[in-house]
Design a protein around this ligand. Structure first.
Ligand SMILES: [Zn+2]
Length: 330
């Protein structure tokens, strides 16, 4: 029996070599790893309130590095099953109370899981250690100091995530020095902006915080000049369309700015954000967008290329993944 076109496309997209660059550790805690109980919040989540409730509940129950290793390993198993040969995983230590003041143990647990995954032939992974918007300048500086004290390790980037309404715009000034210090030392930078904030948030991420890559970034759509600048400078946006629809950032996939940004020449990738909290996976996100925007394989291939080019893997690994992408048959 001939394969239906939709199934054939799904098989092709799943195997399409790609990277995932906007994925949160906190959205990758398998429910099976967290002891149940009547108080377990519901999954999948339907809004930001439910997301934060589940995340706080689940992360607070993880207290051993070996559990973090399991989360890291399973994250890479899912990534590999979706064709993602590399993952930049965003981890925010403030969400993990059992590891407060134990950043070595926190990163060490994750590193063990990633190393085992790589030894087993799964994809490669890098960590982006993230600040919460309400943290102080000194905490930001301490996090940078920790990263600089561990060169060549699993952590390659400084990041900001969380609700953009927290801390208003003042986080930009509070964190400016920390990001400048990271940039001067060659540490990568990615910043959540333009999810619930508008174009001004994206502008601040690029200009004041020296973001190389903007997480979401879709709020730039309201400023035509900024969109043109982002396109001209080649600054990649790692967009999470399914997350945006689920959390009500946009009304529907059809109304999502992703396609307008792509057509304006902005380098965009597709990512899942918090897949286990939404009950989604990367292949499904590519397919949903392909259906909503009538993308052909060439368009999907270009998105995969951007995901690889914009990831923080070493240049040799990026080149390897790009060769695999070029070799992927149409
Ligand atoms: Zn995110």
């Amino acid at each position: 029996m001939p394969t239906a076109p939709r199934d054939a496309l799904a098989t092709w997209v799943r195997a399409l070599p790609k990277a995932e660059v906007h994925l949160h550790l906190e959205g990758c805690v398998p429910p099976s790893l967290v002891a149940g109980g009547d108080e377990r919040p519901r999954l999948p989540v339907r809004n930001l309130g439910e997301l934060l409730a589940y995340l706080d509940w689940a992360c607070a129950r993880i207290d051993r590095p070996a559990q973090l290793a399991t989360i890291a390993y399973e994250t890479m198993a899912r990534a590999t099953a979706n064709g993602a040969g590399h993952v930049d995983l965003i981890a925010n230590p403030t969400h993990w109370p059992a590891f407060a003041g134990r950043l070595d143990a926190f990163v060490g647990g994750l590193d063990e899981g990633f190393a085992q995954a790589e030894a087993d032939g799964l994809g490669t992974a890098a960590l982006c250690l993230s600040l919460k918007r309400t943290q102080g300048a000194q905490e930001a500086d301490e996090l940078v100091s920790w990263i600089l004290a561990h060169p060549g390790g699993r952590v390659v980037a400084l990041s900001i995530d969380g609700d953009e309404r927290d801390g208003a715009a003042s986080h930009t000034e509070r964190f400016r020095a920390a990001f400048a210090r990271a940039a001067a030392a060659g540490v990568h930078r990615c910043v959540h902006a333009g999810e619930s904030s508008g174009a001004h948030g994206v502008r601040a991420a690029i200009d004041a915080l020296l973001a190389e890559r903007v997480d979401h970034g879709i709020g730039c759509i309201e400023d035509t000049a900024l969109v043109a600048e982002i396109a001209a400078r080649g600054i990649p946006l790692d967009v999470c369309p399914g997350s945006n629809v689920r959390l009500g950032v946009v009304a529907s996939l059809a109304a999502h700015p992703l396609e307008r940004l792509r057509r304006a020449g902005v380098r965009v990738s597709i990512d899942t954000d918090d897949p286990l909290l939404y009950g989604t996976e990367l292949t499904g996100e590519y397919l949903s967008c392909a259906a909503a925007f009538a993308w052909d394989r060439e368009a999907l291939r270009a998105l995969a290329r951007t995901s690889i080019e914009s990831c923080f893997a070493p240049p040799s690994r990026r080149a390897e993944l790009l060769r695999a992408l070029d070799a992927h048959p149409d």
